[in-house]
Unconditional design. Structure first.
Length: 156
């Protein structure tokens, strides 16, 4: 492992230790649920008030934000990186191209807590909300992910 890179275990421990209201979204959320997919980055959707806490936790493991918190709040997103890339969304809400809106507060209230390692937990949107987050992009891989999530939802 080269400087700046970390394992999934370290990522999730750092995220948990930050105490930030953060939802794991994107393909890493699908991987945590058991999907047979791959991705190179992490995607988080966090509460706007928790940027500083999240950044401080990741700075402790040599990963740094590319935007100041006020700038990130204004833009609605930023990146934490140094060997690994963490895309961080800080928008209060987001909508699909069809106009379906999802507010962070609602997704947080319905979240699912998943043990990703022994004693280490991650918060994910509930399946319906995770499907909605995949509709934001509507890329071909997002549509395949939505299909897999639909199958998982049917099994639960």
């Amino acid at each position: 492992m080269s400087a700046g890179e970390f394992s999934d275990d370290e990522f999730f421990r750092t995220l948990q230790d930050s105490h930030a209201r953060a939802l794991l979204i994107g393909r890493r959320a699908l991987i945590a649920l058991g999907a047979p997919v791959m991705t190179a980055d992490y995607d988080l959707w966090i509460h706007r008030d928790d940027i500083e806490a999240l950044n401080a936790a990741f700075e402790a493991v040599s990963h740094f934000a590319n935007k100041a918190p006020d700038q990130a709040r204004l833009l609605g997103r930023y990146v934490i990186e140094n060997g690994e890339r963490i895309d961080v969304m800080v928008a209060r809400a987001a909508s699909t191209p069809a106009g379906e809106s999802l507010a962070f507060a609602d997704a947080w209230a319905r979240r699912t807590r998943l043990e990703v390692f022994d004693g280490v937990f991650a918060d994910l949107p509930c399946l319906d909300d995770l499907i909605l987050t995949k509709r934001w992009g509507s890329r071909p891989r997002d549509l395949a992910d939505i299909e897999w999530l639909g199958l998982l939802k049917g099994r639960s």
